[in-house]
Design a protein around this ligand. Structure first.
Ligand SMILES: Nc1ncnc2c1ncn2[C@@H]1O[C@H](COP(=O)(O)OP(=O)(O)OP(=O)(O)O)[C@@H](O)[C@H]1O
Length: 560
């Protein structure tokens, strides 16, 4: 069973200790009831001090063992969930981008949030149910001693009932994944509503259509889950009916066998009544168990899928290193194609391109020409179907991509701005102040330790802050995807005419995707793309040398 497998795999407490405490709680519970039962039947006036003392001791044992059991369960289950969650998050952070995009954010979030919660909620109920099983077992021993006929009939009946309940539960468990899938779709729709809030606000037609679509998904989830709950309620009623039938069996059928004392019938019926509560608990726990089981199955499957992605992504034999310099990066016949959409597949390459340290390179081309895809290949976020990347002549292999990536700092078109300088040494005050001044961000943002006091800025300012972070990170290569797109004309000019040359002068290699054709001359080389192919590489340096020569010629000096 996936739930048991999950618990056994990560359990830190000794199973024998757990079993002992659970048994202690179960037996003391049974003894409390037995002492009460026994004393209630005696009708004695005098207080039996020994029985009272025994009662108090047994209650104390129950309280201590039950509390301990609950405490162990809560801490162990939450620890197991914490590890599983951490494992998922770790796997996500080490996966390759493309397969991760295929798994889907909604599914990953559902596993991390919903499945862990289901298991957490089920845990206590499961412990009580396990103790109830012990109580039932003890009562059955009592019945065995009291009346064999009643014992065999009850055991046979319970065996049939358990078989029927389990058969029905398999059906319930099979419905669970479908219900969860529907709920995942609700998560996705909810993202549309939240992420697209501003767009939705502007158009009631869009809002109505979106709400209609959400309602459809939500209704499907509602029906699937209601169906599950109804089924699980039916299981409960079915279980209760079985208990009543069991009582009826003992009271009406057992005496007809003739060899049972009337007193034994009363005692057996009392024992069965005594286990009605625990049996109900078990029955109630069973559907919950089915759900927790499916959740554990889902969680472990997600973990496996992500681990497989990680295993296929990275086979680093040695821990990654941080590179601080390089001579050249060469894309050698690099080609890549997305999975076909509607029978059409977009591909990039084969691309042959050498990037030398200290170069300022622009990548240009129309929308959809493959610039961002090429950058993702260069950064090793996507892996080439053919060809390879060579760093200083050596092929970059799957095992060395993490080390290779340490060369780059990037601001993507859909970048994410962290409020904290995760993994980056904060600059000293003077250095930060100089950066703030350079980026014209005075009074807008301050750094407290490694935390920015705010990232609630305009879109252009957020981009400037992202660039400040990249400059603080100070890696050899800076990759920018349409960085200047949302800057005002004045700062855009400053970016192309001052910042980029300044970065180059500091020895940085800069690769920038851009549509700003009036500044194309700033680049050392311009890589022009069309339909996934590099169609031209314009070397501005040749033109600059010619220009310099021409100017010197015009001044009447010798160009050589
Ligand atoms: N995740 C994806 N899955 C499948 N195909 C994709 C994916 N992302 C992009 N594509 C395809 O790749 C093509 C190139 O996309 P890419 O983002 O590389 O273009 P781009 O040159 O950066 O465009 P833009 O200037 O608009 O940013 C797109 O036209 C699209 O067909």
């Amino acid at each position: 069973m996936p739930l048991i497998e999950l618990i056994r795999r990560d359990l830190t407490a000794k199973p024998a200790t757990l079993l002992f405490i659970a048994a202690l709680a179960g037996v003391s519970n049974a003894l409390v009831m037995a002492i009460i039962n026994n004393s209630a039947g005696l009708y004695e006036d005098a207080l039996d001090l020994r029985t009272v003392a025994l009662f108090v001791i047994v209650v104390a044992i129950y309280v201590l063992s039950q509390r301990r059991m609950m405490q162990i369960t809560a801490t162990e289950v939450e620890e197991i969930i914490h590890r599983q969650r951490s494992s998922l998050i770790d796997a996500v952070s080490r996966s390759d981008l493309l397969p991760l995009e295929q798994v889907g954010r909604g599914n990953i979030l559902a596993s991390v949030i919903r499945d862990t919660q289901t298991i957490s909620q089920a845990a206590n109920l499961l412990v009580i149910a396990a103790q109830s099983v012990i109580l039932v077992g003890l009562a059955m021993i009592y019945i065995f001693i009291t009346d064999r006929t009643a014992f065999w009939l009850s055991t046979g009946f319970i065996a049939i009932a358990v078989f029927l309940v389990i058969r029905r539960l398999i059906d319930l468990r099979n419905r669970y994944p479908a219900a969860m899938m529907k709920e995942n779709q609700v998560f996705e729709s909810m993202r549309d509503v939240l992420d697209g809030f501003k767009e939705v606000k502007l158009s009631s037609a869009r809002r109505d259509a979106l709400l209609r679509d959400m309602a459809r998904v939500s209704i499907e989830a509602r029906d699937a889950k209601a169906d599950m709950q109804v089924k699980s309620g039916n299981e409960f009623v079915f279980g209760q009916t079985m208990i009543f039938l069991l009582l009826g069996l003992v009271v009406f059928v057992v005496p007809s066998f003739g060899n049972t004392e009337p007193e034994a019938v009363v005692r057996t019926a009392t024992a069965i009544l005594f286990i009605v509560g625990p049996l109900s608990m078990v029955i109630q726990a069973v559907p919950m168990m089915a759900m927790a089981n499916a959740a554990a199955d889902n969680l472990m499957r997600m973990d496996r899928v992500l681990r497989e992605i990680v295993a296929a992504s990275e086979v680093a034999a040695t821990p990654p290193q941080t590179l601080t310099s390089f001579e050249e990066i060469r894309l050698d016949g690099v080609a890549f194609a997305y999975a076909p959409v509607g029978g059409v597949s977009f591909g990039v390459g084969p691309v042959d391109l050498t990037i030398r340290s200290g170069e300022l390179i622009f990548v240009t081309g129309g929308n959809g020409s493959g610039k961002s895809t090429l950058i993702r290949l260069l950064l090793g976020l996507y892996h080439a179907d053919r060809g390879m990347i060579r760093l200083d002549g050596k092929p970059v292999t799957r095992g060395s991509f993490e080390t290779y990536r340490s060369l780059f700092s990037a601001i993507y078109a859909d970048y994410h701005l962290f409020r904290r300088l995760y993994g980056i040494e904060p600059p000293d005050v003077a250095e930060f102040d100089a950066l703030v001044k350079l980026m014209e961000m005075g009074g807008k943002v301050a750094l407290q330790g490694d935390l920015f006091d705010t990232i609630d800025l305009s879109s252009g300012q957020r981009k400037r802050l992202a660039l400040m972070v990249s400059m603080i990170e100070d890696r050899p290569v800076l990759v920018l995807d349409e960085w200047a797109a949302d800057q005002d004309p004045q700062f855009r000019r400053k970016f192309y005419r001052e910042l980029l040359p300044m970065l180059k002068a500091r020895g940085k290699t800069v690769i920038a995707i851009t549509h700003d054709d009036r500044y194309f001359d700033v680049a050392d080389r311009r890589v022009a793309m069309e339909e996934g192919r590099v169609v031209r590489i314009v070397d501005n340096r040749d033109a600059r040398i010619e220009d310099d020569a021409r100017i010197e010629d015009e001044d009447g000096e010798d160009p050589a």
